[in-house]
Design a protein around this ligand. Structure first.
Ligand SMILES: [Zn+2]
Length: 240
Protein backbone atom coordinates (compact mmCIF):
# COMPACT_ATOMS: atom_id res chain seq x y z
CA UNK A 1 0.00 0.00 0.00
CA UNK A 2 1.30 3.43 -0.87
CA UNK A 3 1.27 6.70 1.01
CA UNK A 4 -1.85 8.14 2.57
CA UNK A 5 -2.30 10.46 -0.39
CA UNK A 6 -2.27 7.46 -2.74
CA UNK A 7 -4.91 5.65 -0.72
CA UNK A 8 -7.03 8.78 -0.59
CA UNK A 9 -6.61 9.31 -4.34
CA UNK A 10 -7.58 5.76 -5.19
CA UNK A 11 -10.73 6.02 -3.10
CA UNK A 12 -11.75 9.24 -4.81
CA UNK A 13 -10.95 7.67 -8.19
CA UNK A 14 -13.11 4.68 -7.22
CA UNK A 15 -15.98 7.00 -6.37
CA UNK A 16 -15.65 8.80 -9.69
CA UNK A 17 -15.58 5.50 -11.57
CA UNK A 18 -18.59 4.24 -9.69
CA UNK A 19 -20.58 7.40 -10.26
CA UNK A 20 -19.88 7.37 -13.98
CA UNK A 21 -20.53 3.65 -14.30
CA UNK A 22 -24.10 3.74 -13.02
CA UNK A 23 -27.02 4.94 -15.17
CA UNK A 24 -27.92 8.60 -14.70
CA UNK A 25 -31.34 7.85 -13.25
CA UNK A 26 -29.96 5.75 -10.42
CA UNK A 27 -29.36 6.93 -6.89
CA UNK A 28 -26.04 5.82 -5.48
CA UNK A 29 -24.74 4.40 -2.26
CA UNK A 30 -20.96 4.73 -2.14
CA UNK A 31 -19.16 2.49 0.32
CA UNK A 32 -15.58 3.41 1.09
CA UNK A 33 -13.09 2.53 3.82
CA UNK A 34 -11.61 6.03 3.83
CA UNK A 35 -13.28 8.56 6.07
CA UNK A 36 -10.80 11.13 4.78
CA UNK A 37 -11.97 10.62 1.20
CA UNK A 38 -15.64 10.80 2.18
CA UNK A 39 -15.01 13.96 4.23
CA UNK A 40 -13.08 15.54 1.35
CA UNK A 41 -15.91 14.94 -1.10
CA UNK A 42 -18.45 16.38 1.33
CA UNK A 43 -16.28 19.42 2.02
CA UNK A 44 -15.58 20.04 -1.65
CA UNK A 45 -19.31 19.83 -2.27
CA UNK A 46 -20.00 22.48 0.37
CA UNK A 47 -17.20 24.89 -0.50
CA UNK A 48 -17.09 24.30 -4.24
CA UNK A 49 -13.32 23.94 -4.02
CA UNK A 50 -11.66 20.67 -4.99
CA UNK A 51 -7.93 20.10 -4.68
CA UNK A 52 -7.62 17.46 -7.39
CA UNK A 53 -9.22 17.01 -10.79
CA UNK A 54 -10.76 13.71 -9.78
CA UNK A 55 -12.31 15.20 -6.67
CA UNK A 56 -13.77 17.96 -8.83
CA UNK A 57 -15.30 15.36 -11.13
CA UNK A 58 -16.82 13.50 -8.19
CA UNK A 59 -18.38 16.71 -6.89
CA UNK A 60 -19.75 17.48 -10.35
CA UNK A 61 -21.25 13.99 -10.66
CA UNK A 62 -22.81 14.27 -7.21
CA UNK A 63 -24.31 17.66 -8.06
CA UNK A 64 -25.69 16.36 -11.32
CA UNK A 65 -27.39 13.46 -9.55
CA UNK A 66 -28.75 15.71 -6.82
CA UNK A 67 -30.17 18.07 -9.38
CA UNK A 68 -31.92 15.25 -11.24
CA UNK A 69 -32.84 12.93 -8.39
CA UNK A 70 -33.02 15.07 -5.25
CA UNK A 71 -30.77 15.83 -2.27
CA UNK A 72 -30.48 12.18 -1.25
CA UNK A 73 -29.34 10.99 -4.67
CA UNK A 74 -25.89 10.13 -3.41
CA UNK A 75 -25.16 8.66 -0.02
CA UNK A 76 -21.87 7.71 1.55
CA UNK A 77 -21.18 4.79 3.81
CA UNK A 78 -17.97 4.25 5.69
CA UNK A 79 -16.77 0.66 5.72
CA UNK A 80 -14.50 0.10 8.68
CA UNK A 81 -11.09 -1.34 7.84
CA UNK A 82 -10.72 -4.92 8.95
CA UNK A 83 -8.80 -5.28 12.20
CA UNK A 84 -8.14 -8.24 14.45
CA UNK A 85 -9.47 -11.70 13.75
CA UNK A 86 -13.20 -11.15 13.74
CA UNK A 87 -13.89 -11.84 10.11
CA UNK A 88 -17.51 -10.85 10.14
CA UNK A 89 -16.92 -7.35 11.41
CA UNK A 90 -16.84 -5.71 8.01
CA UNK A 91 -19.76 -7.65 6.60
CA UNK A 92 -21.80 -6.83 9.67
CA UNK A 93 -20.90 -3.21 9.25
CA UNK A 94 -22.03 -3.26 5.66
CA UNK A 95 -25.24 -5.05 6.45
CA UNK A 96 -25.84 -2.50 9.18
CA UNK A 97 -25.32 0.49 6.95
CA UNK A 98 -27.65 -1.13 4.44
CA UNK A 99 -30.29 -1.70 7.10
CA UNK A 100 -29.98 1.82 8.46
CA UNK A 101 -30.70 3.24 5.06
CA UNK A 102 -33.89 1.22 5.09
CA UNK A 103 -36.57 1.83 2.51
CA UNK A 104 -34.94 4.99 1.31
CA UNK A 105 -32.20 2.74 0.01
CA UNK A 106 -34.55 1.08 -2.42
CA UNK A 107 -33.61 1.55 -6.03
CA UNK A 108 -30.15 2.80 -5.16
CA UNK A 109 -27.20 1.58 -7.14
CA UNK A 110 -24.47 0.35 -4.87
CA UNK A 111 -20.83 1.04 -5.43
CA UNK A 112 -18.01 -0.24 -3.33
CA UNK A 113 -14.79 1.62 -3.96
CA UNK A 114 -11.40 -0.01 -4.30
CA UNK A 115 -10.63 0.47 -0.63
CA UNK A 116 -14.01 -0.87 0.40
CA UNK A 117 -13.42 -3.86 -1.83
CA UNK A 118 -9.92 -4.41 -0.44
CA UNK A 119 -11.39 -4.65 3.03
CA UNK A 120 -14.00 -7.03 1.74
CA UNK A 121 -11.37 -9.35 0.25
CA UNK A 122 -9.36 -9.25 3.45
CA UNK A 123 -12.44 -10.16 5.41
CA UNK A 124 -13.28 -12.95 3.03
CA UNK A 125 -9.79 -14.47 3.24
CA UNK A 126 -9.89 -14.29 7.03
CA UNK A 127 -13.29 -15.95 6.93
CA UNK A 128 -12.03 -18.75 4.69
CA UNK A 129 -9.15 -19.42 7.04
CA UNK A 130 -11.55 -19.50 9.94
CA UNK A 131 -13.89 -21.95 8.23
CA UNK A 132 -11.07 -24.18 7.07
CA UNK A 133 -9.72 -24.18 10.61
CA UNK A 134 -12.89 -24.74 12.56
CA UNK A 135 -15.31 -26.19 10.07
CA UNK A 136 -15.37 -29.71 8.78
CA UNK A 137 -11.93 -31.15 9.39
CA UNK A 138 -11.96 -33.14 6.21
CA UNK A 139 -12.69 -30.10 4.06
CA UNK A 140 -8.97 -29.69 3.45
CA UNK A 141 -8.92 -33.03 1.63
CA UNK A 142 -11.80 -32.14 -0.64
CA UNK A 143 -11.37 -31.02 -4.21
CA UNK A 144 -11.10 -27.31 -4.78
CA UNK A 145 -14.60 -26.71 -6.09
CA UNK A 146 -16.19 -28.47 -3.12
CA UNK A 147 -14.04 -26.44 -0.71
CA UNK A 148 -14.90 -23.13 -2.35
CA UNK A 149 -18.63 -23.90 -2.42
CA UNK A 150 -18.56 -25.07 1.19
CA UNK A 151 -16.83 -21.88 2.33
CA UNK A 152 -19.28 -19.74 0.37
CA UNK A 153 -22.23 -21.50 1.98
CA UNK A 154 -20.74 -21.55 5.45
CA UNK A 155 -19.88 -17.85 5.37
CA UNK A 156 -23.01 -16.83 3.48
CA UNK A 157 -20.81 -14.96 0.98
CA UNK A 158 -19.17 -15.57 -2.37
CA UNK A 159 -21.41 -16.29 -5.31
CA UNK A 160 -24.60 -16.76 -3.35
CA UNK A 161 -27.42 -14.65 -4.76
CA UNK A 162 -28.38 -13.32 -1.32
CA UNK A 163 -24.85 -12.00 -0.83
CA UNK A 164 -24.51 -10.65 -4.36
CA UNK A 165 -27.82 -8.88 -3.81
CA UNK A 166 -26.27 -7.06 -0.86
CA UNK A 167 -23.46 -5.86 -3.12
CA UNK A 168 -25.63 -5.03 -6.11
CA UNK A 169 -29.32 -4.26 -5.86
CA UNK A 170 -29.82 -5.28 -9.49
CA UNK A 171 -29.12 -8.92 -8.71
CA UNK A 172 -32.15 -10.76 -7.29
CA UNK A 173 -31.66 -12.61 -4.03
CA UNK A 174 -33.84 -15.61 -4.87
CA UNK A 175 -32.43 -19.11 -5.00
CA UNK A 176 -31.61 -20.07 -8.59
CA UNK A 177 -32.66 -23.64 -7.96
CA UNK A 178 -36.08 -23.37 -6.32
CA UNK A 179 -36.78 -19.66 -6.83
CA UNK A 180 -38.84 -19.56 -3.66
CA UNK A 181 -36.46 -18.40 -0.96
CA UNK A 182 -33.44 -16.18 -0.59
CA UNK A 183 -30.30 -17.98 -1.72
CA UNK A 184 -28.44 -17.92 1.59
CA UNK A 185 -25.71 -20.41 2.42
CA UNK A 186 -27.92 -22.10 4.95
CA UNK A 187 -30.73 -22.43 2.46
CA UNK A 188 -28.51 -23.94 -0.22
CA UNK A 189 -26.54 -26.29 2.00
CA UNK A 190 -29.20 -27.39 4.46
CA UNK A 191 -32.66 -26.65 3.15
CA UNK A 192 -33.08 -26.41 -0.62
CA UNK A 193 -33.88 -29.35 -2.82
CA UNK A 194 -30.42 -29.04 -4.43
CA UNK A 195 -28.98 -32.21 -2.98
CA UNK A 196 -31.89 -34.58 -2.84
CA UNK A 197 -30.66 -36.66 -5.73
CA UNK A 198 -27.61 -37.73 -3.75
CA UNK A 199 -29.65 -38.54 -0.68
CA UNK A 200 -28.79 -35.49 1.38
CA UNK A 201 -30.24 -35.85 4.85
CA UNK A 202 -28.17 -33.54 7.00
CA UNK A 203 -30.17 -30.71 8.50
CA UNK A 204 -27.45 -28.85 10.37
CA UNK A 205 -23.82 -27.93 9.82
CA UNK A 206 -22.95 -30.18 12.75
CA UNK A 207 -24.70 -33.20 11.26
CA UNK A 208 -22.72 -32.62 8.10
CA UNK A 209 -19.59 -32.97 10.18
CA UNK A 210 -20.07 -36.68 10.83
CA UNK A 211 -17.94 -38.40 8.19
CA UNK A 212 -19.00 -41.90 9.16
CA UNK A 213 -22.61 -41.09 8.31
CA UNK A 214 -21.97 -39.63 4.90
CA UNK A 215 -19.30 -41.95 3.59
CA UNK A 216 -20.52 -44.42 1.04
CA UNK A 217 -18.75 -47.57 -0.15
CA UNK A 218 -18.65 -47.98 -3.89
CA UNK A 219 -17.98 -51.39 -5.44
CA UNK A 220 -15.53 -51.29 -8.29
CA UNK A 221 -13.81 -54.08 -10.20
CA UNK A 222 -10.57 -52.16 -9.88
CA UNK A 223 -10.99 -52.05 -6.14
CA UNK A 224 -13.79 -50.76 -3.88
CA UNK A 225 -13.54 -47.18 -2.70
CA UNK A 226 -15.43 -44.69 -0.56
CA UNK A 227 -17.03 -41.42 -1.52
CA UNK A 228 -17.79 -38.53 0.78
CA UNK A 229 -21.39 -37.56 0.01
CA UNK A 230 -20.93 -34.11 1.49
CA UNK A 231 -17.99 -33.48 -0.79
CA UNK A 232 -20.01 -34.78 -3.73
CA UNK A 233 -22.83 -32.41 -2.85
CA UNK A 234 -20.58 -29.37 -2.74
CA UNK A 235 -18.76 -30.48 -5.89
CA UNK A 236 -22.01 -30.67 -7.86
CA UNK A 237 -23.31 -27.38 -6.49
CA UNK A 238 -23.39 -24.76 -9.21
CA UNK A 239 -23.10 -21.31 -7.64
CA UNK A 240 -21.57 -19.43 -10.54
ZN1 LIG B 1 -33.67 -23.06 -3.18
Amino acid sequence: MGSLATVWDSEVAGMRGGLKMLPEDRKVLLLSDSQAAIAAVRKAGRTGRARTGELKEVVEEVRKKQKNLGPNAVRFGWVKAHVGTQGNEKADQMAKSEAELGDENEGMGKVITEGGLRQEWKRRRAEERKVNGTGIGRVVRWNRKARVNYVHCRTGKGNLQAWRHVLDADIPDQCRKCGRYAETGKHVALVCIHGEDIGRRWGTWEAMNEPERWRKKVKDPDGDYEVDLVETFFTDLDLR
